[in-house]
Write a protein that binds this ligand. Structure first.
Ligand code: AMP
Ligand code: MG
Length: 414
């Protein structure tokens, strides 16, 4: 149960308190698997990876040029060295470099032991095997040292890291072809409601197309999730109950939309109270007040509101962080920026509000934001236009043009 401090004056649970309760009751799923590196984009490491080799593992050149010893430099005057051979990328110079000699070298090629400096080819003049170096030639330049990127036996990547393209490159550079990752979180999504009609069918009066499953499929498009689209459930208590109980046996998470409030046809509450352990929260956030969170057997359950924008907001602010925790990923706070508001925004105190905004940089490079339009929780067109949330604190009671606001850019636009 929530303590008094986590409730607002009107008895709603604050977003932070809801998140804290969810996080405290969930932990990363235990299953992990070994996968090939080429399939690892977006997956989450289940164990730290230690570097088996130094990176770079040879001293090599950062330039196409000439490798030489700084002991040969004549300060303030130009000097010549004799060309002793060539070090190619993948084909090192195998001879020995003596005083007074240099080696032609290419980017990535091994630097001979006796050399400690490389000069760009544009800065020398070459006449057969006599290479003339300029005055004030600088020592120790353009050599990539062993281990300067990663030291052998050091931590290459830590557990809980979500792998992006650079991580795949780093693992490949270190010679790692297989890694241990958390298994994908298996998530079933259901829409509920007698009024919902699948695409392709003509609408009768009172019917609407089911948009929530398309939204959720989009929001759940992540390599660490495996999504099972279970379709639409009519408002039939037995049908909903059977479907949820069966899904719970095979899934890690069930997400439903609709039917979570207290209308006559809202069976989700009744069912979950009977066959699971579920909290029904009125959350102090707009859009998205009602939210059910709990468990059916071992399966975590989220019952989201029906209105599409309430689905998006509660998903992103509450469900997504919880899913990331189940997936084993390290937690990340959303990026927040300050921007000058170019619209008047209506709000009354009481709930934290996520208003849809359009955010940009003006000609002075300042961040500015305007309202994306109507803010009703059924208005999808303004969400489609928006590229950020304007985050308005619980106590805020409106914003006037020119005031500074907090903006959270949508992840897809970062
Ligand atoms: P409910 O929470 O079931 O009372 O639904 C609240 C509002 O959301 C109603 O206007 C529903 O018609 C609408 N709604 C519920 N599910 C969906 C859905 N899958 N797609 C679009 N709108 C929905
Ligand atoms: Mg409904």
């Amino acid at each position: 149960m929530s303590d008094v401090c986590s409730l607002t004056a009107s008895g709603l649970l604050t977003v932070d308190a809801a998140l804290a309760q969810i996080k405290a009751s969930l932990s990363a799923l235990k299953n992990s698997e070994k996968i090939a590196l080429q399939n690892a984009l977006g997956r989450i490491l289940s164990a730290p990876v230690i570097a088996a080799i130094d990176l770079p593992s040879d001293r090599n050149s950062a330039m196409d040029g000439y490798a030489f010893s700084s002991a040969d430099i004549q300060s303030n005057q130009s000097f010549t060295l004799t060309l002793a051979g060539t070090s190619w990328a993948g084909r090192p110079f195998t001879g020995k470099l003596h005083a007074g000699e240099c080696v032609r070298i290419f980017t990535g090629a091994v630097v001979p032991d006796a050399a400690d400096s490389i000069i760009m080819q544009e800065q020398v003049s070459a006449a057969e095997s006599v290479i003339t170096f300029p005055a004030n030639c600088r020592p120790f330049q353009n050599v990539r040292e062993i281990g300067e990127d990663v030291k052998q036996h050091s931590l290459l990547l830590d557990a809980a890291k979500k792998l992006h393209a650079a991580d795949l490159g780093l693992l490949a550079a270190a010679g790692i072809s297989e890694i241990a990752v958390h298994s994908k979180v298996k998530i079933a999504i259901f829409s509920t409601g007698d009024e919902l009609v699948p695409l392709g069918q003509k609408l009768e009066p009172g019917q609407i197309y089911d948009s929530n499953r398309y939204i959720l499929n989009g929001l759940l498009n992540d390599a660490c999730f495996e999504v099972f689209d279970m379709g639409v459930l009519a408002d039939d208590k037995r049908l909903v109950e059977q479907s949820l109980v069966i899904a719970a046996e095979n899934m890690d998470v069930i997400v439903t939309t609709g039917g979570a409030s207290v209308g006559d046809a809202d069976y989700i509450q009744q069912i979950l109270t009977e066959c699971g352990e579920v909290n029904f929260w009125k959350i102090a956030m707009k859009p998205g007040k009602p939210l059910a969170f709990g468990r059916i057997g071992k399966c975590t359950f989220f019952g989201l509101p029906g209105n599409p924008i309430a689905v998006m907001a509660t998903f992103e602010k509450i469900v997504k962080p919880a899913l990331m925790q189940l997936s084993g990923a390290a937690m990340q706070k959303p990026l927040r920026l300050k921007a000058v508001c170019e619209s008047n925004l209506k709000k009354s105190a009481g709930r934290l509000e996520y208003q849809r905004g359009i955010f940009k940089q003006n000609e002075q490079n300042e961040f500015v934001v305007e309202s994306a339009g109507q803010q009703g929780s059924h208005i999808l067109s303004s969400m489609s236009r928006a590229n950020c949330y304007i985050v308005l604190a619980q106590e805020c009671n409106g914003v006037r043009i020119g005031e500074e606001v907090i903006v959270e850019p949508f992840e897809v636009f970062l």
